[in-house]
Design a protein around this ligand. Structure first.
Ligand SMILES: [Zn+2]
Ligand SMILES: [Zn+2]
Length: 383
């Protein structure tokens, strides 16, 4: 099975449903899976697709029993609970309570766990759970559309199963606060988050000075990017910060959150990436995994609120796992599915976006941030 790739997808992911008026539309996950399938990537040798299986007790490795019970209880009675669960971040505009919320959330966790265990037990080199990526959830609180933190749960599970150097790379437009703070004093987990500067975007954290504490000092790395950061500057950050840190850390596995709300058309954020950058991010992570840890790369989805961008970007990222010679055509069958699901024809005709001109002022600001990060990190890791 060496060289093999796992895709985790489950129709049950669509039951993680905050309602039609909410920004998070899980149809995007189905659209991504179908685009991957229509382009023939699942039929390639060594590629396997599996449904997710619900996680159970692993959830308690990160979340308090009290919180897990609140999630379970509120999802059984989404109508009649008033503000009773607000202290857990449940029932807010960001995280409305919905029926069977516990079951839907546990299924996503199970998908990322499956991806993690498949890779670390060498059943596949790379695994991508299109669900999951809920990086904001904390011990006893839902946050930013995230109920259970599938990534932190998976990382903690892998630590308990004996791993001792896990690299976590978070490319979502929002800071990966829930994962960072789960391992803030933990030197076995190096977290690196690239995100839009917290002064402009939720959750308002992820500054350069957040470097970890106690034994974990130096093992939380943050790159807050100015609004309108474009492809070239972003990829340069990847080469200047992520790759060298990974080289020094020598991970046994790379776990990544592949949020694509950095896309220039994303309605919630202000970064300017195109699908080409998302493909290159995948390519960089793929190379790093092969260079440093025998290919062991676990990926989960994450943010992304422009459905046609999400589907294309995750297809391109999955494409790097299967070493796909990328095409640009969007299959007819996918366009029909898009129309049926979204009630309108897709707004794109190619996997690739047109180039976006970059701003010199923004590029300079990104360079300044990179220097600041290098300075903060160098006492702990020679870059
Ligand atoms: Zn996000
Ligand atoms: Zn590979």
């Amino acid at each position: 099975m060496s060289g093999s790739v796992l895709l985790v997808y489950d129709e049950g992911f669509l039951s993680y449903d905050f309602g039609g008026a909410h920004s998070l539309r899980q149809e995007r996950i189905k659209l991504a899976r179908e685009l991957i399938s229509e382009l023939g990537l699942l039929q390639r040798r060594g590629v396997k697709e599996v449904p997710a299986e619900s996680a159970e007790e692993e959830i308690l490795l990160i979340h308090s029993r009290e919180y897990v019970e609140a999630v379970r209880a509120s999802g059984k009675d989404p109508e009649g609970i008033g503000g009773r669960y607000m202290e857990y971040g449940l029932g807010t505009p960001d995280n409305p309570i919905f029926p069977r919320m516990y079951e839907a959330s546990a299924l996503h966790v199970g998908g990322t766990l499956e991806a993690g265990r498949t890779v670390t037990s060498s059943k596949a080199k790379h695994a991508f759970n299109l669900g999951g990526g809920f990086h904001h959830a904390s011990r006893s609180r839902a946050s930013g559309f995230c109920i259970f933190n599938d990534l932190a749960i998976t990382i903690q599970t892998l630590l308990e199963e004996g791993l001792s150097r896990i690299l976590y790379v978070d490319v979502d437009a929002h800071h990966g606060d829930g994962v960072q703070y789960s391992f803030y004093d933990e030197p076995r987990v190096l977290t690196i988050s690239l995100h839009e500067d917290g002064r402009y975007l939720f959750p308002g954290t992820g500054f350069v000075h957040e470097i970890g504490e106690g034994e974990g000092e130096g093992y939380s790395v943050n790159v807050p990017l100015p609004p309108h950061t474009g492809d070239a500057a972003y990829l340069q950050v990847f080469r200047d910060i992520v790759s060298p840190l990974a080289e020094v850390f020598r991970p046994e596995v790379i776990v990544s959150q592949l949020g694509v709300d950095t896309h220039f058309r994303d309605p919630l954020t202000h970064l300017n990436l195109t699908t080409a950058a998302h493909w290159r991010i995948g390519d960089e992570l793929h190379r790093l995994a092969h260079r440093l840890c025998e290919g062991r790369w676990v990926a989960a989805g994450g943010g992304g609120y422009q459905p046609s961008a999400v589907a294309r970007s995750w297809t391109l990222m999955f494409g790097t796992m299967v070493e796909w010679e990328v095409e640009d055509e969007i299959p007819e069958a996918w366009a029909s599915l898009y129309s049926a699901l979204m009630g309108r024809a897709p707004d794109v005709e190619s996997l690739w976006d047109p180039d976006i001109p970059s701003s010199t002022a923004v590029d300079r600001e990104v360079e300044r941030v990179v220097e600041e990060v290098k300075k903060a990190v160098s006492p702990y890791h020679p870059l």
